[in-house]
Design a protein around this ligand. Structure first.
Ligand SMILES: CC(C)(COP(=O)(O)OP(=O)(O)OC[C@H]1O[C@@H](n2cnc3c(N)ncnc32)[C@H](O)[C@@H]1OP(=O)(O)O)[C@@H](O)C(=O)NCCC(=O)NCCS
Length: 178
């Protein structure tokens, strides 16, 4: 049986092992990790996939901001990732379930747009695209074409531009779902 559950502290070790398997141990040197270092993930959006009680998939979300070059205006965004599914269980819909379920919750909790660094061929099915992220820059990322955006609220990222920086998990003004 496959289940999607909220991530809990006791899952952390297995998640790290899964990420090493899927992305390799060099994953921490990727530019996107600079947006995660020293920041806690958004607990209420992080989920794991359990197959017969064992962890074989995970998704995490982080608070980030786009800082406009000229005006220094800051737009709150979600960073999706990492998303990983154990190779043994890939192709069974676990990735889709983790992304779709988490993004529905994100909308309920007042998040307005999400970005990620990933493969457009995979993430286009969830309406992430390059067009929305054209005016965003992730410092240190060699392939900015992998920077993708999806609006959760239509129009929320219409004029979204600037440099992506990490942010505090406290996002003032967010609507909270009871
Ligand atoms: C990408 C990943 C999270 C998808 O999880 P999953 O549980 O296998 O995905 P699902 O079962 O929901 O979807 C499978 C579909 O995604 C497709 N897919 C998987 N990786 C893909 C990729 N990199 N590009 C395009 N399509 C991809 C499969 O071909 C399959 O297509 P189909 O539905 O037409 O048969 C998982 O395969 C994984 O962890 N891969 C290793 C990391 C990786 O390659 N990441 C790439 C995105 S950054």
């Amino acid at each position: 049986m496959i289940e999607i559950r909220a991530e809990r502290p006791h899952h952390a070790e297995n998640i790290e092992r899964l990420l090493d398997t899927v992305f390799g141990e060099g994953r921490r040197s990727k530019a996107v990790y600079s947006l995660r270092n020293g920041v806690s993930p958004i607990e209420e959006l992080c989920h794991v996939a359990l197959v017969d009680g064992e962890l074989h998939g995970a998704i995490r979300f982080w608070p980030i901001q786009a800082v406009s070059t000229g005006t220094q205006r800051r737009i709150q965004l979600l960073l999706l990732g990492p998303l990983a599914v154990d190779p043994v269980f890939q192709g069974a819909g676990i990735g889709r379930a983790l992304v779709e379920y988490s993004l529905i919750l994100a909308g309920w909790r007042g998040h307005r747009a999400a970005v990620l660094v990933g493969d457009p061929a995979y993430y286009s099915r969830f309406h992430f695209d390059r067009a929305g992220a054209r005016e965003l820059k992730l410092p240190g990322e060699a392939d900015q074409e992998r920077l993708l955006l999806r609006e959760i609220v239509r129009g929320a990222a219409a004029d979204c531009q600037g440099t992506l920086v990490s942010a505090s998990a406290e996002m003032p003004g967010l609507m909270r779902y009871p």
